[in-house]
Design a protein around this ligand. Structure first.
Ligand code: GUN
Ligand code: ZN
Length: 432
């Protein structure tokens, strides 16, 4: 028996490369009356509706016109145990961690709390159009199990890892170099490459790991070169100063990770704001990926990410929400704030590049653009349906929009979860 086929009809937009400017039509494909033929979690074909309707006469047609069909959004840095931390008032990074975040994360020792929050977390992601995310779990193995189990139940391509942290945090949030290593090994064996799950070795940041733990993290990276590595880098001046005290022999902050063998092209470095020239050289050489987290950087007053400066060095920047220091689950709102962060530095974020960034761009940063981030035939059917007229303000503004770029800019500036008409995960609609 052949699998049930679905034909999604709408205005299809997908990227084949990063748009180099407003007129770069070679970087994307836009089909006004387009369709995607989906079966068994995969995109079988992309094309004109008329052609595909003939080709797949038995397929069930779901008409999403005039909405846009785009690849599901990808969020490359956020914290699953911070769903009840987001919107906590009044402090910068280190006080925010100590006052709000660490106490909250201790609750994830409880497997049932972790399972409940993982369900809420994934519901929030898909309701905001995000189909893949790279998340930090808490230090507790149970939190990572809950995260991967919930993701597997929804058949989502999710990346994550239990954080490694063995100092400078409350007792209930500490592992040891050996327990962190053993738990990570067990989680990799259970979840990495199983279904759609992928593992990220996750030393939280230099401040919360002893040199012994960094060494163990280095061993994990060496033993599992196909896993990701994620951490934080140079987010805040007090953090950088404390790191220098804790690792006096390091040439700079990035050298802490580099000297333990963590710095590879599979590494995602959240924030990467206040960088030294040597650190930028090392990022360029190793092809590691800085992650821009605009809503978080503004919320914690951390600083302005130098997107153009890093790009000029050939570095691939990813972009992310950083929930719970970030203030929105929406990658649209992340672009909105990202645009403003760049404006403050006289840098530009064109809407075509913006939508490429949260789809194919982030997929390429993860080395997954053959699987997710586009609508090419043969890729996984993670698809978002975007309504550019979702609110009265958007509807009014759309009356003056004449081009695709204008429409996209309205979506990224005024849009949020209300603009997500539907999210398909491996071909299955998540909104019922
Ligand atoms: N640095 C170390 N841990 C965290 C975290 O949870 N959030 C942010 N924004 N920065 C961090
Ligand atoms: Zn973070």
């Amino acid at each position: 028996m052949t699998a049930k086929q679905t034909l999604l009809r709408g205005r299809v937009l997908t990227f084949t490369a990063e748009p180099q400017g407003a007129e770069d039509t070679s970087a994307y494909e836009f089909i006004e009356d387009g369709a995607l033929l989906v079966a068994d979690g995969t995109i079988l074909a992309k094309g004109n509706y008329g052609d595909l309707a003939v080709q797949a006469a038995q397929a069930e047609v779901i008409d999403h016109r005039p909405n846009i069909l785009m690849a599901g959004f990808i969020d490359t840095h956020l914290h699953f145990p911070q769903v009840q931390v987001v919107a906590s008032w009044g402090s910068q990074l280190l006080e925010w961690l100590n006052n709000y975040t660490f106490p909250e994360e201790t609750r994830f020792a409880d497997a049932s709390h972790s399972a409940k929050m993982a369900g809420h977390f994934l519901d929030l992601l898909t309701s905001h159009g995000t189909t893949t995310a790279v998340a930090y779990c808490s230090v507790h193995k149970a939190s990572a199990e809950a995260y991967f189990n919930e993701a597997a139940q929804r058949n989502m391509r999710m990346i994550g890892g239990k954080v490694l942290m063995d100092r400078n945090a409350p007792e209930g949030l500490l592992d040891t170099p050996v327990s962190g290593y053993d738990d990570t090994k067990a989680l990799i064996a259970k979840y990495h490459g199983k279904g759609r799950g992928l593992y990220a070795v996750t030393p939280r940041f230099a401040i919360t790991s002893t040199p012994d733990q960094m060494e163990m993290a280095g061993a994990l990276v060496k033993e599992h070169p196909d896993c990701y590595v994620q951490t934080h880098l140079s987010e805040n001046h007090d953090e950088i100063a404390f790191t220098a005290e804790l690792y006096p022999q390091a040439r700079d902050y990035l050298d802490v990770y580099q000297s333990y063998g963590l710095l590879t092209e599979k590494m995602l470095l959240g924030h990467s704001i206040h960088l030294q020239p040597r650190e930028i050289d090392a990022l360029a050489e190793t092809k590691a990926k800085p992650v821009f987290c605009p809503t978080s950087n503004l919320f914690l007053g951390s600083g302005l990410f130098d997107d153009a400066g890093l790009r000029a060095r050939g570095i691939t920047n990813a972009i992310a929400t950083d929930i719970g220091a970030g203030t929105s689950y929406s990658m649209l709102q992340t672009l909105n704030e990202g645009y403003k962060v760049l404006q403050l530095q006289n840098q530009k974020l064109h809407p075509l590049r913006a939508f490429h960034w949260i789809t194919r761009g982030n997929a390429a940063a993860l080395g997954l653009d053959d699987k997710i981030g586009t609508l090419e035939a043969g890729t996984e059917a993670d698809i978002v349906v975007l309504d550019s007229r979702a609110t009265p303000a958007m509807e009014l503004r759309m009356q003056r929009a004449e081009t695709l770029s204008e429409e996209l800019f309205i979506l990224q500036t005024l849009g949020d979860d209300r603009s997500i008409a539907q999210t398909y995960v491996a071909g299955k609609p998540m909104k019922v």
